[in-house]
Design a binder for this molecule. Structure first.
Ligand SMILES: Cc1cc2nc3c(=O)[nH]c(=O)nc-3n(C[C@H](O)[C@H](O)[C@H](O)COP(=O)(O)O)c2cc1C
Ligand code: SF4
Length: 449
């Protein structure tokens, strides 16, 4: 029987009682002072333990530079008080853009990124007396590439469940080893541009089943990037090493990676061979150890494929996107799963900090769960995704007021995701409604044609 329920808690005790009845292990602490803890990341220091997770707005200019809407989102993130701002997916090659308005730093537009980041930092300094560390997420969207208005998938391996969804057949080509060899240079180039622009670091994105995430799972691929574990992790590790070689020691290299695809073997990573719903930790934990050895300074784990089934594995919600299914499990169980992954990753990563995720559904009780995880050493920072769209000042309220305002919290309604699915420009439709209700309906309207 489904235990799914929408959020309905008034007090911390209500949450505790529900956790007890579900036998779910999510700890809650009232010591929110812990968020003032600074966090050493590589050779840099984040001023507190709260982070904005990467949240794609699909609102950049056609050349990949920030538009006025992009700037507005980041101004809100930067003045909101977080200790780290993880910038959204930024394509390293045009054909790897997830949408025509994806972010993309280039030789031609780097000056606009420089001015944008400077402005964000100055606004943060003025508002809070400090600025967050800034990390730029570098990506190739692989199977989900859509650089112009129609899908243009680039796949690491065939997948009978996913191929038909992007119009691929058995004889559609798989990306070549030569293309991947060459792609490493594009990551290095984008990292060097990011460094010159003033970012504190970059992230080699390997989550949510985009290209590098799919490579981790490419059991059926032939050649040096597929088949054995050593081959499947080769691209990610070689890219980390090549970027490190190019950027030197004083620049953060991060990776946001999927530990569990919830997708059947031999097409999924981190899954039991007989049960795609069961986590097999052996390979993800070995990957963490290898990434740390290769020179990674920061990790953030995620899971699932937000474009396919069970999006609650990535982001627990109250309401699905239009036509989506209501999960069988209680959102607290989905959150417990994400927290459990992070704890294991932090254990394997040792001193390399891991940023946790999956907090937004918990609304004003998110800081209690985060504080417990910090106290226990299960994570080094708490990351907020949708909450940052809805309530960008939450970090400031947690740090200064010791609480989040329940009226300002994200309600996990999936409308920001719906805008993305409808190929619009996204943000919070509920708590930033003046701007985003019209954009929601514009995207709905376009999707229906
Ligand atoms: C609209 C939207 C855009 C997102 N964009 C990105 C992205 O660019 N990169 C990424 O790694 N994750 C992205 N995510 C995932 C979030 O960073 C986060 O992992 C997820 O929402 C769960 O955290 P939360 O419960 O705090 O929202 C996105 C999620 C949403 C809803
Ligand atoms: S639209 Fe706003 S309230 Fe709804 S899930 Fe997105 S951020 Fe949360």
């Amino acid at each position: 029987m489904s235990t799914f329920e929408k959020f309905k808690f008034k007090t911390l005790d209500d949450v505790k009682n529900k956790l007890a009845s579900l036998h779910a292990h999510i700890g809650l602490s009232e010591n929110l002072e812990i968020f003032h803890q600074r966090v050493k990341i590589g050779n840099k220091v984040a001023p507190n333990s709260l982070a904005v997770l990467p949240m794609e707005g699909c609102d950049s200019n056609p050349d990949g530079s920030p538009s006025e809407l992009t700037k507005r989102r980041y101004h809100r993130f930067f003045t909101g008080g977080a200790g780290l701002a993880w910038f959204e997916a930024n394509a390293v090659v045009v054909e790897g853009k997830a949408n025509p308005r994806a972010m993309m730093i280039t030789d031609e537009n780097m000056e606009s990124f420089k001015a944008f980041l400077k402005e964000c930092n100055e606004m943060a300094e003025k508002e809070n007396g400090y600025r967050p560390l800034s990390i730029l997420q570098l990506t190739h969207s692989g199977r989900y590439s859509r650089p112009v208005e129609k899908p243009a998938p680039i796949i690491a391996q065939h997948d009978p469940l996913l191929d038909p969804r992007v119009g691929l057949t058995e004889d559609s080509p798989v990306v070549t080893d030569e293309y991947l060899d060459n792609l490493i240079g594009h990551y290095v180039h984008a990292a060097l541009l990011a460094k010159e622009v003033g970012f504190d670091g970059i992230d080699i994105k390997a989550c949510h089943r985009y290209l590098v995430s799919e490579l981790l799972a490419s059991h059926t691929r032939e050649g040096k990037y597929g088949g054995s574990f050593e081959n499947r992790v080769r691209f990610l590790l070689e890219t980390i090493k090549a970027v490190r070689e190019a950027v030197g020691e004083d620049f953060i290299i991060a990776s946001r990676f999927n530990v569990f695809d919830a997708h059947p073997y031999p097409y999924g990573f981190g899954v039991d061979k007989d049960d795609s719903w069961k986590f097999d930790e052996e390979e993800p934990l070995e990957l963490v150890r290898l990434m740390c050895k290769a020179g990674v300074d920061l990790l953030s784990n995620s899971a699932g494929n937000p474009y396919f089934s069970h999006p609650e594995v990535t982001r627990p919600f109250d309401s699905p996107t239009i036509g989506g299914e209501t999960p069988d499990e209680h959102p607290l169980i989905s959150i417990e799963r994400l927290f459990g992954f992070t704890r294991k990753i932090q254990e394997a990563a040792g001193e390399v900090p891991v940023i946790g995720n999956g907090y937004s559904w918990l609304r004003e009780f998110a800081p209690n769960a985060g504080a417990f995880n910090l106290e226990q050493g299960h994570i080094k920072m708490v990351g907020m995704g949708r909450s940052s769209f809805a309530y960008p000042n939450a970090p400031k309220d947690i740090l200064n007021e010791g609480a989040m305002d329940p009226k300002k919290c994200c309600i996990a309604c999936s409308k920001c995701t719906q805008i993305m699915r409808d190929k619009g420009r996204t943000g919070c439709v509920i708590k930033d409604s003046e701007l985003y209700i019209p954009l929601y309906w514009e995207a709905r309207e376009n999707a229906s044609h």
